[in-house]
Design a binder for this molecule. Structure first.
Ligand code: TMP
Length: 208
């Protein structure tokens, strides 16, 4: 098969079952005969995995908001260049556990840097390499808040207070409203199989 592979990202706040769904969606796509690379952020290339360590460990105040946004963007630039672009240019699909929309929501929306400002920094990092489709797993507000609060093995960012995670959820909804073609909110309630089916429904027009 010739042509570029599709680039799909999976997003969502804490505790919405994203890791389970990345695996399930990858398996479902492979079953349809699609050659697929699974990757994640922050990380996904040697350099970006090193930056991940800097971003997710230590005190909450370890980085200023701007430094944090720039570190995510630096990791993303390396990941895009070393892993994502070569794969899609070779005709392989890429399924990424978080990508640029996490920065728009967690740093732009929830840290008050502004979604547009963080988008500009990321455009410098990745050029036009935005996903063909971004699926945002979401639970009703109360559920998402409780999961964030009860998340015991949180990292530096996951462990931020419930109000922060509420702003993350709101920002994801705002991004989806602004870019309805690319970004889709998917209900994360119900059984894992049901959720995987909803995700696949949102990819229908991209499937071969
Ligand atoms: P994970 O829990 O999906 O591995 O993600 C790690 C944490 O990093 C999670 O709390 C979300 C956060 N994050 C950002 O704040 N901005 C970003 O751009 C990315 C990719 C992740």
């Amino acid at each position: 098969m010739s042509g570029r592979g599709k680039f799909i990202s999976l997003e969502g706040g804490e505790g919405v079952g994203k890791s389970t769904q990345v695996k399930a969606l990858a398996a479902a796509l492979r079953q349809r005969g699609i050659a697929l690379v699974e990757t994640r952020e922050p990380g996904g290339s040697d350099g970006a995995e090193k930056i991940r360590e800097l971003l997710l460990t230590g005190d909450d105040g370890r980085w200023s908001a701007r430094a944090e946004a720039l570190l995510f963007a630096a990791a993303r630039a390396d990941h895009a260049e070393k892993t994502i672009r070569p794969a899609i240019e070779a005709g392989t699909w890429v399924l990424c556990d978080r990508f640029v929309d996490s920065s728009l929501a967690y740093q732009g929306g929830a840290l008050d840097l502004g979604i547009a400002e963080v988008r500009a920094v990321n455009q410098f990092a990745i050029g036009e390499l935005f996903p063909d489709r971004t699926l945002v797993l979401a639970l009703a507000e109360g559920g998402a808040r409780a999961r964030a609060r009860d998340n015991e093995d949180s990292d530096r960012i996951g462990g931020r207070p419930a109000g922060y995670h509420q702003r993350v959820d709101l920002a994801f909804r705002q991004i989806a409203a602004e870019e309805p073609g690319r970004v889709r909110i998917v209900d994360a309630s119900g059984s894992p199989d049901e959720v995987t089916r909803r995700l696949l429904d949102q990819l229908e027009d991209l499937l071969p």
